[in-house]
Design a protein around this ligand. Structure first.
Ligand code: TXA
Ligand code: MG
Length: 323
């Protein structure tokens, strides 16, 4: 199959109407999208991504009104959050209506929903009569894509079209939040909307459930994600382990070069120390580091506040399984 990169929304609409899978830009990462109401179309997503079927997909809709069509009720707190953050990088887990295929939610009675904040994809959604199911457009387990070229590098030949919306502005996936049986909000994945910002809207401290080994509420968190092919180790800011002294090391730094390593072996996430910029550059930097044929990647742990928490979470997952 020939994979085309372009900005033709009409072409994307035509393919999606036919049940094809199309890569779409969002402000977080690129998604691998198909008609969420068609089991056949959704099956193709799982196939292209080589994703296990027990890992459910996020539904992308054009507006809150469209989201309402797929949920039984919208708690008051959910309304406060959508007012504050939609369109944007917050995914909510809500009670699903029967119209949402079980394949999309992997049998769960909760569906994940968000309105992405990207002009091209919002236009696209407005021209469709169905929501788009879309996981990140990387092969299962690899680093997420933040440009059309990343998608092409990983999936060319497997999908007909990549809608090119430029480089993603946020750069890490959406934050996922749901309510437990006691109706308390819980965060299942750290992401593009910092927990502090959500806590401010809800006027309460949030529970964060993001255990790598066991989290039945977000099945996708069960195994290693975002992993580079070159083994990656996460270290404190000034640390340069001697154990790697005879290996080719590439170091991924927040804002400063490490004094004991040649600059050619180092990458910087944000020269002026902005966590937003670091998030935006994270995945392309991991991909660049991976292409440098090193023996080992050493990433610096970032400050844990704001988007730093989501960045550290991705780096932890990247090193979870050593290859
Ligand atoms: O920013 C994002 O969220 C991107 C863009 C494309 O929107 N999408 C994304 O999708 O990151 P994905 O499939 O790579 O990650 C979605 C996560 C998975 O961990 C999945 O298990 C969880 O959301 N999830 C989806 N539906 C769920 C549901 N019904 N219940 C629990 N977890 C769900
Ligand atoms: Mg993903």
């Amino acid at each position: 199959m020939n994979t085309v990169i372009g900005t033709d929304i009409k072409k994307a609409v035509e393919l999606l109407n036919k049940g094809e899978v199309v890569a779409i830009p969002t402000e977080t990462v690129y998604g691998l999208a198909a008609n969420a109401l068609s089991e056949d179309a959704v099956l193709r997503i799982y196939e292209v991504k080589q994703r296990p079927r027990f890992n459910p997909l996020i539904l992308h809709v054009a507006s809150l009104e469209h989201a309402r069509e797929y949920v039984n009720n919208l708690p008051v707190e959910a309304q406060q959050l959508t007012t504050a953050f939609w369109p944007g990088s917050l995914t909510l887990l809500l009670d699903k209506k029967e119209t949402v295929p079980d394949l999309v939610t992997a049998g769960s009675n909760r569906v994940a929903l968000r309105v992405p904040n990207h002009p091209l994809t919002l236009q696209l959604l407005q021209q469709l009569s169905f929501p788009l199911a879309a996981p990140s457009a990387n092969p299962s387990g690899y680093v997420s894509p933040t440009s059309a070229q990343h998608v092409y590098d990983n999936l060319h030949g497997k999908i007909p079209y990549i809608l090119d919306g430029g480089e993603c502005g946020v750069g890490v996936e959406s934050t996922i939040l749901g309510w437990n049986k006691q109706q308390q909000p819980e965060v299942y994945r750290l992401g593009g909307i910092p927990v502090e910002a959500i806590e401010e809207v809800l006027q309460q401290k949030l529970r964060i459930k993001k255990s790598i080994t066991e989290n039945p509420d977000a099945p996708g968190q069960l195994k290693s994600h975002y992993a580079t092919t070159t083994p990656l180790h996460l270290h404190a800011a000034d640390d340069l382990p001697v154990a790697f002294s005879n290996k080719k090391v590439i170091r991924i730094n927040f804002k400063n070069y490490h004094p004991s390593l040649p600059k050619e072996q180092q990458l910087i996430l944000s020269e002026n120390g902005s966590l937003e910029e670091a998030a935006k550059h994270l995945f392309k930097t991991l991909r660049a580091a991976d292409a440098m044929q090193a023996d080992v990647l050493i990433a610096e742990r970032l400050p844990g506040e704001g988007l730093g928490a989501a960045i550290n979470d991705r780096l932890e997952r990247a090193q979870f399984i050593m290859k």
